[in-house]
Design a protein around this ligand. Structure first.
Ligand code: GLA
Length: 739
């Protein structure tokens, strides 16, 4: 059962559910202490159980409290200006220039369910699924309140946090306001971050959290491919199946930072929120500011279990229930099939073939609007190009619907080309400082979405083209990052609000389009996975995982992405060979077997496939449809990592442990290979399972499959035709079903 209590005598808040406890203490000076986040604690809790204060010479003490130095306390949301000289979670500047604050506990409130922001993406829960605690602190000198909000959910190892500042005094500027901070006294020694760049997003990187500050961040205006806005803290022995782990994942798509400071006493201060870089937000009397949410998760059973917690939580408390309850369409996208070179005839040809193989939805990618025949022009002009599509979007959509497919379309609403009607009419709509040149990315400029007038313009253009058309899917792209951050819509004292207001503008357009078209499924994209985050998932239940469609590269990208995000949300397509990003030739089966572990779709011209390949495509699509429920709702296990070897394995298991699908991949052939054992995960020890695959067929117990494992001897050196090496890029789907 979920429960939140405040023990007045011991001054301890205890949030818990069936699985976890989160404990906060009110310190003697009224600040908050972080006492515990981990497996559920039973019984009475007192301050002495979590901290031992002792007099230390050469340490500053809070006036009136002999042994209390915030520098050596375990703080919950540290501020700056008294005795704590470590990294603060909050920084402000008052009218007189002072940065000193002193927020003291005032009162608290406990409510059923969860309160949500109107402007930010957020997790949700009904009154039976969650309990929320608001702790109010006050700086009496400033007349400013801070409200820290914590939500615990039924039966999941998750706590969601956010913070709000309310000003009732003179104007104050916030220069840093994190969504969360906590000081950990236990032995978290490392973290896993997801880092990379375009076409190699979210590779798993482990870092030692040594003395000083370890940090990841984005200054690009989007969460970014360089670092994903989430980390997992681990203890020295944590691996996929064992050990403690705390996940920190921001529900935010703009500039972020996550840091861990190892201090002089080995305490680890972890915090996450909007990047303080260039952040400066003024609150006038009566105004408030709310941070994005952060989703904290805990596991004592390793990374796989933590990932599973995030996957389930995001599917039930972040992604709109409408999409969770519907079968996702298998789609075909014409980008790599045609690039800009298409007309209606070519599109229809692809769609007809797609229908033949069992695909559900056709997506018309870039190039359908304005004078867009290459990537140098027409962004910002969202009216159809009649030369390419004579019957308009509506006509094309009807034609596609007649063929028996749903219709989807690509947009890149945050951008404008210099050669466009929009730019000629409103050159002042772009981001940048007048009088200075604005840099281009992919030949394009960025619209200033921090200005509502600019968002309105794009909204009005899009609805003119889309209203009344039976569109079922939109791919929302964003192909460059912000440079020259300056908005003519903001005063000289408000430029520090620019980045956050920009992303609020993006969220606003998402909200308006989703409200107007509730049946449109959005897929977010940012040159592939440059904005794959929980903030986006709130609006767009799936994200184009990477522009890199090479199946070998995708092993790493999809494996890393699964640290936080469910397969259900990962756009994954079969593409042509040689691959357009790496020029690698992989087998059709290998490409299929990798794409299956995601949303599944196609990114090629099916008319160019051989009869044999079309036959396989029909079988593959049928196979995916049979397994889709399992893949999208099952429990995902990472088994063998592509970051450490030549083979990769992963699997999904249904809730009853009666059905499992394993994907096993050997990237390069190795002659005269020894025996390798593939130990499965998540099955029932004592059950019998029927295994079907080209590696092994037979009936064995769950304990055999998990402890001994399936024997893998794929290749041999061969003078005999029957014993030849099987070649590079081998993949095996192993079907495991309870007897
Ligand atoms: C980006 C996307 C691609 C494609 C192109 C179109 O690169 O990630 O999938 O839509 O833009 O210009």
């Amino acid at each position: 059962m979920m429960n939140i209590t405040y023990d007045e005598k011991n001054k301890i808040f205890h949030l818990c559910n069936e699985k976890i406890s989160y404990v906060i203490g009110v310190l003697p000076n009224g600040h908050l202490g972080h006492f515990y986040f981990g497996k559920k604690l039973y019984g009475n809790l007192t301050e002495e159980m979590f901290i031992r204060r002792q007099y230390k010479s050469l340490t500053n003490y809070i006036g009136g409290y002999e042994n209390l130095s915030l520098n050596t306390e375990l703080c919950e949301y540290p501020t700056f200006g008294t005795t704590d000289l470590r990294e603060p979670a909050l920084m402000t500047k008052s009218e007189n220039g002072s940065i000193i604050t002193n927020f003291e506990f005032v009162d608290y409130d406990i409510n059923k369910g969860k309160s949500n922001s109107d402007s930010l993406p957020h997790t949700f829960a009904n009154n039976d699924q969650a309990l929320t605690l608001d702790i109010t602190l006050m700086d009496k000198t400033l007349s400013v309140k801070l409200v820290h909000t914590y939500t615990v959910f039924k039966n999941t190892n998750v706590v969601v946090r956010k913070t709000k500042m309310l000003n009732n005094g003179s104007p104050i500027s916030i220069t840093k306001i994190m969504s969360m901070s906590m000081d950990l006294s236990s032995n978290y020694s490392d973290w896993v971050q997801l880092s990379g760049d375009w076409a190699r997003e979210r590779h798993m990187v482990k870092r030692i959290l040594d003395h000083g500050i370890t940090k990841i961040e984005s200054k690009a205006g989007s969460s970014g491919a360089i670092h994903n806005p989430g980390v997992v803290l681990t203890t020295p022995n944590t691996d996929e199946s064992t050990g403690e782990a705390i996940g920190v994942n921001l529900v935010y798509s703009g500039n972020f930072e996550i840091s861990a400071e190892r201090d002089q006493n080995d305490v680890l201060r972890v915090m996450a929120g909007i990047n303080q870089f260039m952040f400066d937000w003024t609150l006038m009397k009566g105004e408030s500011f709310e941070t994005p949410e952060v989703v904290l998760a805990y596991s004592k059973e390793g990374l796989n279990d933590l990932s599973h917690t995030y996957h389930t939580f995001f599917r039930h408390h972040l992604i709109h229930p409408k999409w969770i309850n519907e079968r996702k369409p298998i789609l075909i996208n014409n980008w790599e099939a045609t690039y800009f070179d298409f007309d209606e005839y070519k599109i229809i040809e692809i769609a007809q073939k797609a229908k033949e193989v069992g695909i559900d939805l056709f997506v018309l990618d870039d190039g359908w609007f304005g004078n867009r025949n290459n990537d140098k022009e027409a962004l910002g002009d969202w009216a159809v190009n009649k030369e390419k599509i004579p019957n308009g979007i509506d006509g094309l959509c009807k034609r596609i619907n007649e063929i028996g497919l749903d219709f989807g379309i690509w947009i890149e609403p945050e951008m404008v080309s210099e050669n466009s009607n929009l730019y000629r009419k409103h050159p002042d709509y772009i981001i940048g400082e007048p009088g200075r040149p604005s840099s281009k990315g992919r030949h394009q400029l960025m619209l200033d979405f921090s200005r509502p007038i600019v968002v309105d313009e794009i909204f009005n253009q899009l609805i003119q083209t889309f209203d009344g058309v039976n569109i079922r899917y939109i791919k929302w792209d964003m192909n460059r990052t912000i440079t020259e951050p300056f908005s003519i819509g903001l005063s000289k004292t408000s430029q520090g609000e620019f980045y956050h207001r920009y992303i609020l503008g993006v969220y606003d357009l998402y909200r308006r389009l989703s409200n107007r078209y509730p049946n449109i499924l959005f897929e977010s994209c940012s040159a592939g996975g440059n904005r794959f985050d929980a903030g986006m998932l709130f609006f767009a239940p799936q994200t184009w995982t990477s522009d890199n469609t090479d199946a070998v590269e995708r092993l790493k990208i999809q494996y890393g992405t699964s640290l936080f995000y469910p397969l259900y949300s990962m756009g994954s397509h079969i593409s042509d060979i040689p691959n357009h990003q790496t020029y690698r030739n992989t087998t059709y089966k290998f490409r299929n077997d990798v794409a299956m572990f995601g949303t599944y779709g196609f990114e090629l011209d099916l008319n160019r496939l051989s009869d044999e390949e079309i036959k396989s495509t029909i079988e593959y699509v049928e196979q995916f449809k049979l397994k889709q429920q399992l893949i999208h709702n099952g429990r995902f296990y990472r088994i063998e990592s592509p970051f450490t070897g030549n083979t990769t394995a992963w699997s999904v298991v249904n809730e009853d442990q009666t059905e499992c699908l394993v994907g096993f991949y050997q990237v390069l052939a190795r002659p005269n290979q020894g025996i390798q054992r593939l130990q499965l995960k998540g099955l029932d020890d004592s059950r019998l399972y029927e295994v079907k695959s080209s590696l092994y067929n037979g009936t064995v117990s769950g304990s055999y499959l998990m402890n001994h494992g399936i024997i893998f001897t794929p290749s041999s050196n061969g003078y005999s035709i029957n014993r030849q090496t099987v070649g590079d890029f081998q993949s095996y789907l192993i079907h495991v079903n309870a007897k």
